[in-house]
Design a protein around this ligand. Structure first.
Ligand SMILES: Cc1cc2nc3c(=O)[nH]c(=O)nc-3n(C[C@H](O)[C@H](O)[C@H](O)COP(=O)(O)O)c2cc1C
Length: 110
């Protein structure tokens, strides 16, 4: 489990590792916008035959990452992201998680 978690910090072997930051003055609504921005990147990547993995695993190490990237003090780390081509032969990529039926998380009002 620890070895698999450590793969985060090698971007799972992807050729591209991304770090996303946001200005600290931005409020909750902007974080929602940011989530949509991340989703759009992931969808666009799929459209070009690329795969991604958004990574919150980096956030506990925001101080050292900020130092290494030379981030100005107003910039806050949101997450990392691996970008590349998934190894479909890797067992970890064979996992398919179940989806909740829409009725489980939606209340329909007549
Ligand atoms: C905000 C966010 C943070 C995530 N952080 C990590 C991470 O640090 N490491 C990781 O391997 N996957 C991370 N994931 C990916 C999830 O583990 C999962 O693979 C992905 O959301 C796809 O889910 P699905 O299997 O339900 O399609 C993260 C996903 C999200 C949305």
């Amino acid at each position: 489990m620890h070895e698999q978690h450590a793969q985060n910090y090698r971007f799972f072997g992807a050729p591209v590792g991304l770090f996303f930051t946001i200005d600290r003055v931005m409020g909750r609504g902007s974080w929602l916008d940011y989530g949509m921005f991340l989703q759009a990147i992931m969808t666009a990547a799929r459209g070009r035959g690329l795969d991604t993995c958004p990574q919150a695993a980096f956030t506990p190490f925001h101080q050292v990452i900020a130092e290494q990237l030379g981030l100005p003090p107003n910039e806050q780390l949101v997450c990392g992201m691996s970008l590349g081509f998934a190894d479909e032969s890797a067992p970890v990529n064979a996992l398919r998680t179940e989806r909740e039926p829409v009725e489980q998380f939606t209340r329909f009002l007549d």
